[in-house]
Design a protein around this ligand. Structure first.
Ligand code: GTP
Ligand code: MG
Length: 686
């Protein structure tokens, strides 16, 4: 078991397919944790072991990998880059002390890079940038550096320069040591800096020292006095600068060709903070809600947070957690301060891809998992029962894409509900909601691929076959003019009769006002005890809808006249009379269908904007405005919900995966009459 100072927990993030998983594989290989490098395409990497990952050749779930180098244990959390699976990266952020942001040397900063950069910023994580794919045709170090400056708005500090690029890429210049490291068949050898790079290397070295000198006033003074810094000052200044995110170091290499990876591994160990070097973690007292800091150290009460729960097909529930302080061993009792209950701990294990290894204890800094600890949820704070502490909940983006789901056979209903519930516990960006009004179970995810995957799991993990449909649109019905209607319910043949009779006036109310009811009966035309029955009849009819079976909204109803019968009148008779009168009046009030309009904001590059706006227009969208946002543009629009089905796929194809969007409900608007006719006809047919 590693002592906390000999531990590094790093997160690997970046745009889809920038080489994160291959990089992790290469790191493991350089640390001798594996004897040969697997390949993503062949499904042989340690990280992408899931069935879906092997099938699709992309990362889908967060993987925890571990290796040891120079007596330091490095835990590496490999995350998917595709936007559909950002939830996995969000979870992982809560477990690490530093991030490696991988950027493709051909494409520079991409949408996924920006999103991940934002997440890393949110948690103020110390970070390094690794420019990967230097061996690829069109790889360009200078252009990528420029992209980092322009697109992320940062001033990065290269620690290395590439020696050659594309096919000629063979190693890196170490700007700290001012040496060249050349790789041949994965073996590194130190050489003098090639002649043609020496001037540039000197220039970058000086910049590096200047950046370090700016980290704090004492260093600046020393630098100004002596014109240089000692190696010791350089090392501590650099670490300090990285820890405070004042310095964003850039390293470079090729994961696939295993060039520069050993240098990256050494930099992770030498420059990134250990769990005890990180700043104290902000938490709060679960009872008083007062803010409280957790100092990361071993000699302290136990404090940890669960960052992922998953069901392993072989061992069952796994709850991954990060220890922030103290120690824990199997058999100990901890307090789950999020749920307010105590738990006795069974097995604890370390993870490495799909492998698990039981461990006798864990301590500050460790990333480990509980096996079969039921009822534990993501974000749960676990602590020493005598020192309750609660960490901030992990936040997830809200899912936008939805589908209606139902079991193939009625008998599977229960099984489906359980399975959906389980899946939503494992994945916080997957939500399930029973829509009572529409009578549909809706599933929500980050995109079509995400939902497709989750549905695949329903079959493979839970054996439930399902049907998928477009979610129904929650239309509304409303009236546009004042109108009157009469309703009579009369049955007076034999035995006790039934008699109810009323006149209603209905009028439209402003959008969003709902329902109003007024009693204007004069002179006891209807005894007041029957008026609530009339209102009830009206309300029931409004809920069921008249035009196409959608609720009637924004209507004021006034009962102003009627007749009754001493013996035969009853609540039920007036309820029916109210319902009939409302239907009559509604028909005369030029009814319309209303549809939900969504506020849709799309972020895309200027070059894609024309296509995005053209498509929004074709969706009956109203463009509210376009403004610059970073290097991209944002278009704000109002679009009918009915037109937004599968928008994430549309946007992907319009922007080559570089666009993102958000969507929230705005208001209801009248459906154009030609479309309303079709909706009404369809509902009648159903
Ligand atoms: N030429 C070259 N190819 C690379 C390099 N790194 C990765 N690749 C290839 O790029 C493809 C994507 O690599 P992955 O490692 O799966 O990328 P990723 O970032 O993990 O992808 P996601 O997790 O799905 O976002 C694979 O075909 C890799 O073999 C590199 O340095 N050079
Ligand atoms: Mg990957």
């Amino acid at each position: 078991m590693a002592q906390a100072q000999n531990l590094r927990n790093v997160l690997v993030v970046g745009h889809g397919s920038c080489g994160k998983t291959t990089l992790c594989e290469a790191i493991l290989y350089n640390a001798r944790a594996i004897s040969r490098m697997g390949r993503v395409e062949e499904g042989t990497t340690v990280s992408d072991y899931g069935q879906d990952e092997i099938k699709r050749g992309i990362s889908i779930s967060l993987s925890v990998l571990t290796c040891e180098y120079q007596g330091v244990r490095v835990n590496i959390l490999d995350t998917p880059g595709y936007q559909d699976f950002v939830g996995e990266a969000k979870e992982a952020l809560a477990a690490v002390d530093a991030g490696i942001v991988v950027v493709d040397a051909v494409h520079g900063v991409e949408v996924g890079t920006e999103v991940m950069w934002g997440y890393v910023n949110e948690r103020s994580l110390p970070r390094m940038i690794f420019i990967n794919m230097m061996d690829k045709e069109n790889a360009d170090f200078d252009r990528t550096l420029k992209s980092l400056r322009d697109d992320l708005g940062i001033s990065p500090t290269p620690l290395q320069l590439p020696i050659g690029q594309a096919a000629a890429f063979k190693g890196v210049v170490d700007l700290l040591k001012m040496k060249a490291v050349v790789f041949k068949d994965g073996v590194a050898s130190e050489e003098e800096i090639p002649e043609e790079l020496s001037q540039e290397a000197t220039r970058f070295h000086e910049r590096l020292i200047e950046d370090i000198a700016e980290v704090d006033d004492a260093l600046t003074e020393r630098y100004l006095e002596n014109g240089s810094l000692t190696p010791e000052e350089i090392k501590t200044g650099l670490c300090q600068g990285i820890n405070a995110s004042k310095i964003i170091p850039v390293l470079v290499g090729s994961a696939e060709k295993n060039v520069g990876i050993l240098c990256l591994l050494e930099a992770i160990i030498a420059l990134l903070p250990s769990p005890i070097q990180r700043a104290p973690i902000l938490a709060f007292n679960p009872t008083t809600k007062e803010a409280q800091e957790v100092i990361p150290k071993e000699e302290a009460p136990f404090a940890a947070q669960v960052f992922k729960v998953t069901v392993d097909p072989f061992v069952g529930e796994l709850a991954l957690f990060r220890v922030y302080a103290g120690r824990l061993k199997p058999g100990d009792t901890i307090y789950n301060s999020t749920q307010g209950r105590s738990e006795r701990i069974g097995h604890i294990c370390f993870l490495h891809g799909k492998e698990r290894k039981d461990v006798p204890s864990v301590s500050c800094g460790d990333i480990a998992a509980f096996v079969k600890l039921k009822g534990i949820r993501i974000s749960d704070s676990l602590c020493d029962p005598s020192q309750p502490i609660c960490f901030k909940e992990i936040e997830f983006p809200s899912p936008l894409t939805s589908l209606a789901i139902s079991p193939q056979t009625k008998a599977d209903q229960e099984k489906l509900s359980t399975a959906l519930h389980r899946l939503s516990e494992e994945d916080s960006t997957f939500k399930v909601r029973l829509d009572q009004e529409l009578g549909q179970t809706l599933i929500f995810g980050m995109g079509e691929v995400h939902l497709e995957m989750m549905v695949g799991r329903l079959i493979s993990k839970f054996g439930v076959e399902v049907k998928l449909e477009e979610p129904k649109i929650p239309y509304r019905e409303a009236i546009t003019v004042k109108a009157k209607g009469e309703g009579k319910h009369k049955k007076q043949t034999g035995g006790r009769g039934q008699y109810g009779h009323c006149f209603l006036e209905i009028e439209p109310l402003p959008t969003g006002s709902g329902f109003e009811f007024e009693n204007k009966i004069f002179g006891g035309a209807i005894p007041s005890k029957y008026v609530p029955a009339i209102e009830k009849g009206v309300k029931e009819t409004m809920t069921k809808g008249i035009l196409a079976g959608y609720p009637v909204v924004d209507t004021k109803v006034t009962v102003y006249d009627g007749t009754f019968h001493e013996v035969d009148s009853s609540d039920i008779a007036f309820q029916l009379a109210g319902s009939f009168a409302f239907k009559k009046a509604f028909e005369n009030a030029r009814p319309v269908l209303l549809e939900p309009i969504m506020k849709v904001e799309v972020i895309a590059s200027e070059s894609d904007m024309g296509n995005v706006i053209g498509d929004l227009n074709s969706k009956r969208g109203k463009i509210q405005g376009v403004e610059p946002k970073g290097k991209n543009q944002i278009v704000r629009s109002l679009v009918p919900q009915a037109e937004m089905h599968k928008y994430s796929s549309t946007l992907n194809s319009l922007t080559g995966g570089r666009g993102t969007y958000s969507m929230t409900f705005s208001h209801y608007e009248v459906v154009p009459s030609h479309l309303a006719e079709a909706i009404i006809a369809q509902s009648k047919a159903e």
